[in-house]
Design a protein around this ligand. Structure first.
Ligand code: SF4
Ligand code: SF4
Length: 437
């Protein structure tokens, strides 16, 4: 078996054993869901419901006329309690629709249809109407990503799940293989790609086997095993590993003839086309050394993480940190009433021991961050310039090119919070550029 990969990056402990063999289970509904109207890249939606309105699961509750946006839907049957700013996982407040869940939840009757009869425009409309976004974390609207201005010769299904701990994509590959392949076929049709390549890290042998068994004899479909290295699932690194093509700084995958979508997104595309079902729920992993019962769950969008943690048995021992997303790119949470959104792939519960805080120190110029940065940047310079307020120089050294993978932070012996520095630099650089225009 030939195993491919990219240059630099790091080999991390996997910590997948907590949940990789746990089948996906749907959790009970909470009493209330909080659905942010801006949980995607692009323009926020405006509410099209008001307090007191009765809503049904799948009903559109937020929309926008912008090109880059994603519609928002009620994830439950219930009554709108409020439309107001609510805390969001990034630490800001976001205008949200708060729905009191109807205890007598009806079964939603999704309309089944023959996906083989859908033409390209009908598939794109179904994706847009379903409010689908990239579910690997970036939450970029899928109907926009599937409108590339250039010819596409390869569609890559990002099946790496390279962050430690997370196993939801792995479980979906094993348990929902048919829907994944059907979704991939629909996307292949939309972008007219002659090749569909599933890039899977080799620590998921059962997923590789399941996919190979299903695509046997299918022209143009291929599974490419990838080394278990972080950040293998980042688009540019994935394209390099699978197609040996470099996406230049400032360019996008379509510039090199490639479209990438992750596993959960492909399945959501299938659901939208087959059942006319909007993106109102998702599979995520609840895990970590302080998770009492690590597992992979199916939960409605807007479910508070407190409800999910409680369903999974709460904390084992003293909680040290709660992270939404993966350990490398996720966001630490200071409150548990935050809702999960379309891009939430995991909730991590860590013990005090696992996240012992250490003071960061000055850069000792060891060069480790430079040796490992998958974007060939100089994180030491970017970090130091951002820390000292020289955002112009941070920009010159490529702060805007950094995709915040956290590799430099992981290898730094001085514990320098380079990603935090980069995020601040990006905010300042963007503000400075906006002020100029
Ligand atoms: S500088 Fe950015 S891209 Fe490079 S290792 Fe650090 S976080 Fe990753
Ligand atoms: S790894 Fe840390 S200490 Fe070493 S050069 Fe980079 S920022 Fe400086």
């Amino acid at each position: 078996m030939t195993v491919k990969t990219f240059s630099r990056g790091v080999f991390l402990p996997h910590y997948k054993e907590f949940s990789e063999n746990k089948s996906i289970t749907a959790i009970p509904l909470p009493k209330e869901v909080v659905i942010p109207l801006h949980q995607h890249t692009g323009a926020p939606c405006r509410a099209v419901v008001k307090p007191g309105d009765e809503v049904k699961a799948g009903q559109r509750i937020g929309e926008s006329d912008a090109f880059v946006t994603a519609f928002i839907h009620a994830s439950v049957d219930g009554k709108v309690k409020a439309v107001e700013p609510r805390p969001y996982f990034t630490g800001t407040n976001v205008e949200s629709v708060v729905i009191e869940v109807d205890a007598k939840q009806g079964e939603t009757a999704w309309q089944e249809r023959d996906v083989s009869k859908l033409n390209i425009d009908q598939i794109k409309d179904a994706i847009k109407n379903a409010g689908i976004v990239g579910m690997g974390g970036a939450a970029f609207p899928t109907h926009v990503k599937l409108s590339p201005p250039t010819a596409i010769d390869a569609f890559i299904v990002n099946a790496c799940e390279c962050e430690p701990f997370l196993t939801c994509d792995h479980r979906m590959m094993v348990e929902m293989t048919d829907a994944l392949i059907a979704g991939a076929r629909l996307i292949q049709k939309v972008v007219s790609a002659p090749r569909v390549i599933f890039g899977v890290e080799t620590n998921k042998p059962d997923a590789i086997q399941a996919l190979n068994a299903k695509i046997a004899g299918e022209t143009g479909f291929q599974v490419v095993p990838l080394d278990v290295k972080y950040p293998q699932g980042s688009e540019k690194q994935l394209i390099k590993a699978v197609c040996d093509r470099e996406v230049p700084p400032g360019k996008l995958p379509f510039d090199v003839g490639v479209v990438v979508q992750n596993v959960a997104t492909c399945i959501a595309v299938y659901d939208a086309c087959r059942y006319d079902k909007p993106l109102i729920e998702r599979v995520l992993t609840v895990t970590g050394d302080a998770a009492a019962r690590p597992q992979n769950i199916l939960a409605r969008i807007g479910t508070p993480i407190s409800h999910i943690i409680e369903h999974c048995g709460g904390f084992k021992g003293e909680a040290g940190k709660v992270i939404m997303g993966g350990p490398m790119t996720g966001w630490a949470q200071t409150r548990l009433d935050i809702p999960i959104v379309k891009g939430t792939s995991g909730i991590l519960l860590f013990s005090q021991a696992m996240v012992a805080e250490t003071q960061h120190m000055a850069c000792v110029r060891c060069g480790k961050c430079v040796d490992h940065c998958p974007m060939f940047l100089y994180p030491n310079y970017i970090g130091t310039y951002a820390e000292t307020g020289r955002f112009d120089l941070a920009a010159e050294w490529g702060a805007m090119v950094c995709f915040e993978c956290g590799v430099c932070v992981y290898v730094c012996p001085s514990n320098r919070p380079i990603v935090q520095f980069v995020r601040e630099a990006k905010r300042q650089i963007a503000a400075a550029r906006a002020a100029k225009n």
